[in-house]
Design a binder for this molecule. Sequence first.
Ligand code: ZN
Length: 61
Amino acid sequence: MSDTDNDYCLIDVTRPPKADGPPYAACVLCQEPTEYPESYKGITLCPVCEWREAERTSCSG
Ligand SMILES: [Zn+2]
C-alpha cells in the first residue's frame, strides 16, 4: 500500500487561474479561446494546445 501511486510524471508547471467566465485569453498558438482570463499575463494555451505541449514536454522516461 502506497500513497505515491500517481507521481509517475511530475511536471513543474505554474498553472494560470481558470477564468470564471468570458472574456477568455486567446491561445498563443492557435488563437482559440482558452480557459484563462483575458487579464492573465503570460502564456495561455487552449486545452488542445495545452495537451499537446504537455505531451511534448512530459517526461519520456
Ligand atoms: Zn491552441
